[in-house]
Design a protein around this ligand. Structure first.
Ligand SMILES: [Zn+2]
Length: 124
């Protein structure tokens, strides 16, 4: 099985959670490792490589979802038509595995692509 997450650690048992806020808090507290240099909080669970590597987790509705989108909805008011930018100017490494809310910002697809070109990285 493909395991694209270099920070992966075997899963602890996940408590039953009904709200996305609860899930997001658990993800940050129990399933991340902090990079002491950048403050990035890297997801330590399952991940997918779709050009950039992103954490995936089963949502409270049972459907797998991107970790950064769950964090975005729970902490940053992410709307369905918005994407999440990993903001390098706030210290983020830009890796898609980071789910530190302080490094993430909801934005439009067009703005994210524009920023990606400015940073010289692939937009995600
Ligand atoms: Zn970060």
């Amino acid at each position: 099985m493909d395991r694209p997450n270099p920070y992966y650690v075997p899963s602890k048992r996940r408590p039953k959670m009904t709200s996305e806020a609860e899930l997001a808090a658990w993800m940050l507290a129990e399933r991340t490792i902090e990079d002491p240099e950048t403050g990035c909080l890297y997801w330590t669970g399952a991940a997918v490589n779709v050009g950039n590597v992103y954490g995936m987790v089963q949502g409270t509705n049972g459907v797998p979802d991107y970790c950064h989108r769950i964090i975005g909805r729970a902490y940053l008011g992410l709307q369905p038509d918005e994407v999440i930018d990993h903001v390098v100017s706030r210290g983020c490494s830009g890796l898609g595995l980071c789910i530190n809310p302080e490094h993430l910002e909801p934005t439009t697809q067009a703005e994210n692509i524009r920023r990606g070109q400015r940073w010289g990285k692939v937009a995600a």
